[in-house]
Ligand binder design. Structure first.
Ligand code: HPA
Length: 264
């Protein structure tokens, strides 16, 4: 299968896929359960990032096992979802943002498949960390479906699992961050190292700490995701319908291919 969805907070259910079965994939990093189903004759893998019961916190997600499992299944395109807080007044709760850059404030996560020795040393290019073609497909789907969406934005990944302090949010804003979440990195980096096209649909669930009147709760994030799950599902299905499963892209030669010019 060529297409996978990594469901973040609030997106645990492969929903409208047909003929769903579970695949248990063994990787050098651990075991991974992936649901596999079909949508319009395309096989699609679905992986709940936090487990189906939200039992794995962001800093303990086994990102390397997840990406390796999808690679082993033959996946070439990943659409990931992520709940985010917004630091940008134009990106409102309920909006989707197809981010194009990230800032990394994580601290304790394995960031690479290439640990030296037999794995080698690789310094992966991150000029365009999210696949520009998948982002465009997502944006076109949002446009077709008349959903509020932004093509581009800078995602800041914090370590969590706590929310940020207002001082941290102020710092991130000064550094150019539009959105803040806890799971985007290193997932996006590992996908590129695995030569898989990867794009994230971020769903704004709240204004970040200090920018809204009330204190943040996980429940409010989950509730906002619940309200918008149907929109996310429709967007993802519309995008999957538009993906040519056999499409190729420069992301798929990120390690093995020649250096590529940045697209105009
Ligand atoms: N901060 C970090 N992660 C989040 C937030 C936030 O405000 N909202 C949803 N995920």
């Amino acid at each position: 299968m060529r297409i996978a969805v990594i469901g973040g907070t609030g997106v645990y259910d492969p929903q409208i896929l047909n003929d769903i079965r579970q695949e248990h994939v063994t990787t050098p990093y651990g075991e991974v359960d992936v649901m596999v189903g079909t949508y319009r004759d395309k096989e699609v893998a679905f992986l709940a990032r936090h487990g189906t019961d939200h039992s794995v916190p962001p800093h303990l997600v086994n990102y390397r096992a997840n990406i390796t499992a999808l690679k082993k299944l033959g996946v070439r395109n990943i659409i990931a979802t992520a709940a985010v807080g917004s630091l940008n007044k134009a990106m409102k709760p309920g909006d989707m943002v197809f981010v194009d850059q990230f800032l990394d404030f994580t601290k304790s996560r394995a960031q690479t498949f290439f640990e030296g020795g037999p794995d080698g040393v690789v310094h992966i290019d991150m000029t365009e960390p999210y696949c520009p073609e998948l982002r465009e497909l997502l944006f076109n789907a949002a446009y077709d479906l008349r959903m509020r969406a932004h093509l581009g934005g800078t995602y800041a990944c914090t370590e969590g699992p706590r929310f940020e302090t207002p001082a941290e949010i102020n710092m991130i804003r000064q550094l150019g961050g539009d959105l803040v979440g806890m799971t985007g990195v290193p997932e996006v980096v590992l996908a590129r190292e695995a030569e898989i096209c990867y794009a994230t649909v971020t769903m704004v669930t709240n204004y970040a700490a200090g920018l809204q009147a009330n204190r943040l709760t996980h429940e409010e994030v989950v509730e906002m995701m619940r309200t918008n799950t149907e929109n996310l599902r429709r967007l993802i299905m519309h995008t999957i319908a538009a993906i040519d499963p056999e499409r190729t892209c420069i992301c798929q030669w990120a390690v093995s291919g020649p250096v590529q010019p940045v697209k105009e």
